[in-house]
Design a protein around this ligand. Structure first.
Ligand code: FE2
Length: 129
């Protein structure tokens, strides 16, 4: 039987908390200028999504490597693989919709911006942001 994420949490005697607004995502999504063609907007959204997925992937990798609970470790390892696939899928989609060199330049610029905004964040625990 495949359990949902919520059922897995409940089986451990815990409750899912409400969705929280994610300051990292809000800050990140200020980078590209608003407006422009629908195509450009799509590429920018794909790059945001790719980066968020890539960071989730890294987080799940660390969690899966450090957990002693083998069931949880596998759960996070599986999530890591999913997130890695999402990351590369979004980045590759972006490269399909705009010139590859331009997309790669935007990607590098977004990474540099992300490094800047990370200086301003605390080390509070978050899962997907
Ligand atoms: Fe994902």
């Amino acid at each position: 039987m495949i359990l949902s994420q919520e059922e897995k949490v409940q089986n451990r005697g815990l409750e899912m908390g409400p969705n929280r607004k994610d300051a990292y995502v809000s800050e990140l999504m200020k980078f590209f200028p608003k407006g422009g063609s629908r195509n450009t907007q799509l590429v920018h959204r794909l790059l945001y999504a790719a980066l968020i997925e890539a960071r989730s992937c890294e987080r799940f990798k660390l969690l899966s490597e450090q957990l002693e609970d083998q069931e949880l470790a596998k759960f996070y390892r599986d999530l890591m693989v999913s997130e890695a696939n999402h990351y590369t899928m979004f980045l590759n989609f972006a490269r399909k919709y705009e010139d590859r060199d331009l997309v790669d330049q935007k990607w590098q610029d977004l990474l540099a911006y992300e490094a800047e905004i990370m200086q301003g964040f605390s080390k509070d625990a978050t899962m997907h942001g």
